[in-house]
Design a protein around this ligand. Structure first.
Ligand code: UDP
Length: 415
């Protein structure tokens, strides 16, 4: 047995007021022919990261509609996770070496986990490259249907990594990717699904929070709630361009001197790149005390991220490269238009001039932020549209529906 992750029960009924009766009734009806289906999701970690966050909600909702769903994590160790981090970077196109020893470690752990992976299941959903060898090393025996869910951008992978992985992937009955462009070369899945990630509107990070409560929370971190606030929430990662955000803020501040900026970023204790970019961000901010650079070690958890997103006047996500950009979804859901980099999944969410603005430079970013600060009514209108856009396309109920439809297709039933 792999390690099972406990999840709190959830009821789809609670989502009725958020997404409407039609959606909920459709979900129960779709799930009916799948009642009792044994489903397992397998990934590498129970905590931290978008996949864990999604499974925490998706698995209990699958149970609620009658599926026998569970979530298991594979066994790993530092040597394995170092290899899979390298693979993650290489598969996203970073030019890093992939040594024979790396391959051997990946194979060893996948073989070991395969020995511990027992069914029977109707559907095994394997998330990301870490456990991707499970189908091969179990010879597909524990499950009737195998699905590989890719959460990363494998549109232009470094060949050594891709050539290694593809033979393990082609045994799967279905592949799921966030965007069509992310489907790497040479893959042949009988079923291919393009499914964007989603947020849970009832989770602590996304539940509705009054502006009073949000203001109280951000005030604790030194933000003056009487003055405008510009916000970016993201890891301290060069692709998220925190230094560019500071530059844009400075251009805006020349016109709006009372403006404040919060850069909120989570930090893994073992991520040296994160710390060094955090230091550079602080240096770039210098003596400007209207710039608040915060991370999880300051006590910024899910509720606090919610509060910052709820309290902000304008949210930016100036990514130069992006997977999907869940922070954009989260901000739009709180009724904030987003000024976002034209990268990855951001354009799926930020509809130019409707739910925010897409930008490709510091100057354009500053210009759009200034516009939104100057026209609060327009800001509110766009924010409302952003929330509706998320309600229709990027809530967990839609993800559940997409999975149910894929399961039905794989069973040969029309969905
Ligand atoms: N996040 C957080 N605290 C932080 C920074 C980020 O909880 O200080 C969360 C954020 O709310 C989002 C996720 O981390 O849910 C980041 O997902 P996204 O797709 O935006 O970017 P990634 O980090 O996966 O590239």
């Amino acid at each position: 047995m792999l390690t099972q992750v406990p999840v709190q029960p959830k009821s789809l009924q609670d989502y009725r007021p958020v997404v409407g009766d039609d959606v909920i009734d459709r979900l129960y009806a779709l799930a009916e022919p799948l009642r009792g289906a044994r489903v397992v999701h397998v990934n590498a970690t129970a905590y931290g990261g978008g996949v864990a966050e999604i499974l925490q909600s998706l698995v209990p909702l699958m149970r609620d509609v009658g599926l026998d769903a569970r979530w298991e994590v594979i066994e790993g160790s530092d040597e394995f996770f170092n290899v899979t981090k390298t693979m993650h970077n290489g598969l996203q196109g970073m030019d890093v070496p992939f040594e024979e020893e790396h391959r051997a470690i990946w194979v060893r752990y996948n073989r070991l986990n395969a020995e511990n992976f027992s069914g029977p299941y109707d559907f095994a959903v394997i998330h990301d490259p870490q456990p991707a060898g499970l189908h091969h090393f179990t010879a597909g025996k524990p499950a009737r249907h195998w699905i590989w869910r890719c959460h990363i951008d494998t549109s232009a992978p470094t060949p050594a990594f891709w050539e290694f992985l593809v033979p393990y992937l082609n045994g799967y009955g279905a592949g799921i990717f966030t965007m069509r462009e992310y489907v790497g070369p040479g893959l042949h899945f009988p079923h291919l699904a393009i499914i964007a990630p989603t947020i849970d509107p009832l989770s602590p990070k996304n539940r509705s929070m009054s502006s009073d409560e949000a203001r109280r929370v951000v005030a604790r971190f030194g933000v003056d709630t009487e003055r405008p606030l510009m916000l970016q929430v993201s890891r301290f990662d060069p692709w998220k361009d925190p230094l560019g955000v500071i530059d844009a803020y400075r251009l805006v501040k020349a016109h709006v001197p009372e403006l404040q900026l919060a850069l909120v970023g989570s930090m893994a204790s073992d991520d040296p790149e994160g710390w060094s970019l955090y230091d550079r961000t602080l240096r770039h901010a210098g003596e400007d005390f209207d710039i608040h650079v915060l991370h999880n070690f300051h006590g910024v958890g899910n509720e606090e991220v919610n509060a910052f997103q709820t309290a902000a006047d304008v949210v930016v996500q100036k990514s130069l490269r992006e997977g999907f950009g869940l922070v954009v979804t989260e901000a739009l859901w709180k009724g904030k238009p987003v000024v976002g980099g034209r990268a990855g999944g951001i354009p799926l969410q930020v509809i130019e001039g409707q739910t925010g603005f897409l930008v490709e430079s510091v100057e354009a970013c500053a210009d759009r932020v200034l516009y939104l600060l100057r026209f609060p009514e327009e800001r509110a209108r766009m924010g409302e549209r952003g929330r509706e856009h998320v309600r229709r396309h990027f809530l967990i109920t839609r993800l559940l529906e997409d999975y149910l439809r894929l399961f039905l297709q794989m069973e040969g039933q029309s969905a």
